[in-house]
Design a protein around this ligand. Structure first.
Ligand code: ADP
Length: 173
């Protein structure tokens, strides 16, 4: 599994699956979630509403992941995952790692070969970039070495802005 870094907009990635840093409602929000719903179009929201009406009446808990078609995005699938809100009182690193592991599990279930991730939790959820980058890279590397059966051959972190890109570049080493 290759890990690559791009500075740019995740909604422009031609990949099999883009990961969305969603919120528990799955009904859209700001940041990357808003951008994905805007570019993906109304079919994405319709698919999310369908999940809420069927398998996820309470919404998606933090750390879990679920797929929908990607609508008008150049990708095929969106994997929605809910990052933890950063806390100074409680260590929620395991939940952030679970987002990455769970998203890759869903991606493999779809047979995806290329998967783009944003810097989950580093926007309104307040996670310090350096630490989020370290957790994200470490978790993807662990999946790459532990899961021989995965279909995923490339994980592309798509970072919005120079600062995020550089934090991930440092984490990658
Ligand atoms: P969260 O609620 O998980 O913190 P946000 O969407 O607020 O999610 O932010 C997560 C990260 O996504 C931030 O680093 C933000 O700069 C970045 N981001 C926002 N829009 C885009 C986009 N179109 N493509 C890639 N990354 C984006």
């Amino acid at each position: 599994m290759d890990i690559t870094l791009v500075e740019g907009d995740i909604t422009e990635q031609r990949v099999d699956a883009v990961v969305n840093a969603a919120n528990s409602t799955l009904l859209g929000g700001g940041g990357v979630d808003g951008a994905i719903h805007r570019r993906g179009g109304p079919s994405v929201l319709a698919a999310c509403r369908e999940l809420r009406a069927t398998t996820l009446p309470e919404g998606l808990p933090a750390g879990e992941a679920v797929a929908t078609p990607a609508g008008d995005l150049p990708a095929t699938w969106i994997i929605h995952t809910v990052g933890p809100v950063h806390s100074l009182r409680e260590d929620r690193s395991a939940t952030l790692a679970a987002c990455h592991r769970g998203s890759l599990r869903v991606a493999a279930g779809l047979g995806a070969r290329t998967v783009a991730f944003p810097a989950i939790s580093t926007g309104v959820y307040g996670w310090p970039l350096e630490d989020a980058a370290r957790i994200a890279v470490r978790t993807v590397r662990a999946v790459a070495t532990q899961d021989a059966s995965t279909t995923v051959g490339e994980v592309r972190f798509v970072l919005f802005g120079r600062e995020a890109y550089q934090a991930f570049a440092r984490a990658l080493g």
